[in-house]
Design a protein around this ligand. Structure first.
Ligand SMILES: [Zn+2]
Length: 208
């Protein structure tokens, strides 16, 4: 029996044989009924489309101002990165770093990683270092949800300070849509299908 025809249940550790799935079908553990795998037809394509959408939304949410700061009778609009700078200068460097990591670096990496893995695959290619990118994408994923929380925190801080208020315009709307685009991109990422495609490209001469 081939090793790659086996699957292990994450819940009860039972090793069992993979069953060929029709599209949209779900494979359940024969012992505990835990979902082992759900086939997502066109999942990788959807994932790529959402990742590319997220990239555009990411640009929009960073190009347009997200808060307006009133100081000495003057109104200044600033972008997300501008807010990070202001927080940093205002002796809130820890908050500044947290906001930068969760609302800028993490989504940027997640989007970049998805495109790096999926776009070349669409054209039958695998780029160098893809295994490393894949591993890191999984590590970073836990942080992406945190950015929802951080945006809330950011709004609270700026409101509390009485100096700034959030502009409910392009940047904020893009930011909210961006989070949904990233979530949909990762939901549709079909791991088993992804690795099957990668494997056929890396070892095209394999007969099995
Ligand atoms: Zn089980």
């Amino acid at each position: 029996m081939q090793l790659d025809s086996l699957v292990i249940c994450e819940e009860c550790d039972l090793i069992q044989k993979k069953t060929p799935l029709k599209s949209g079908d779900e494979e359940l553990c024969i012992r505990c009924g835990y979902s082992l795998y759900k086939s997502k037809p066109n999942g990788l394509q959807y994932s790529l489309v959402f990742a590319l959408t997220a990239a555009v939304l990411f640009l929009l949410s960073n190009i347009y101002p997200i808060v307006t700061i009133s100081s000495q009778g003057l109104n200044n609009s600033t972008t997300l990165l501008g807010v990070v700078q202001i927080l940093y200068k205002d002796d809130m460097s820890l908050v500044a770093i947290l906001v930068l990591v969760t609302t800028f670096l993490t989504p940027a990496f997640e989007i970049g990683a998805l495109i790096y893995l999926l776009l070349p695959l669409k054209f039958g290619m695998v780029l160098p270092g893809m295994k490393l990118v894949y591993r890191w994408m999984h590590k970073v994923r836990t942080w992406v949800m945190v950015e929802v929380f951080m945006l809330g925190l950011l709004i609270t801080i700026t409101k509390l300070s009485g100096l700034a208020f959030v502009v409910p315009e392009i940047a904020l709307i893009s930011f909210i849509l961006l989070m949904f685009a990233i979530i949909f991109a990762s939901i549709n990422f079909d791991e088993r299908n992804f690795w099957r495609q990668v494997e056929t490209l890396i070892t095209p001469q394999r007969s099995t």
